[in-house]
Design a protein. Sequence first.
Lengths: 113, 112
Amino acid sequence: KQEVTQIPAALSVPEGENLVLNCSFTDSAIYNLQWFRQDPGKGLTSLLLIQSSQREQTSGRLNASLDKSSGRSTLYIAASQPGDSATYLCAVKTTSGTYKYIFGTGTRLKVLA
Amino acid sequence: DGGITQSPKYLFRKEGQNVTLSCEQNLNHDAMYWYRQDPGQGLRLIYYSQIVNDFQKGDIAEGYSVSREKKESFPLTVTSAQKNPTAFYLCAGQASGANVLTFGAGSRLTVL
């Protein structure tokens, strides 16, 4: 059974710092992995999606990498800003034929001004 | 603007009542999902639908029901059989052949 873990559960950093959020999954047979942002009391916003054949995806200050063999993905945020404060979740889609996604519990990020 | 609209944003239920959460989309998504989010837990799948008039149970379907009579609409009913319904409920959609999940803003249900 696929399990997705995000450590740490919470993280505080000073503004301007580069940071890495981690996502681990137990079954390397994934179809894709998606990173989301969630602000308090809001829905999820998709940030980056990495297909199983890809190693990384970039959007602005965000870069997500995928290492299937080790069961890990990282979300790199460059030059963090207070507006980046939110909870970041990753989700794994296990096969192409399924519509089911397995979500991690998220990392709550606070960027201090 | 295209998107997924959930209503109401906040809902209060007395014990023994059924309540229905609305989810409407104008993105022409084939697949739609309902998730439940509790503090400290990941999103858990309640029901999903791949096409009109068809839906499947997710991991925590007990005490919930859905319908998919129109492509645009996927309402969720929280029945009195759901013993712990207080939670944040999220509806999502996905276009056929696409991979990105698009979420609504969520509905927070509180049992009084």
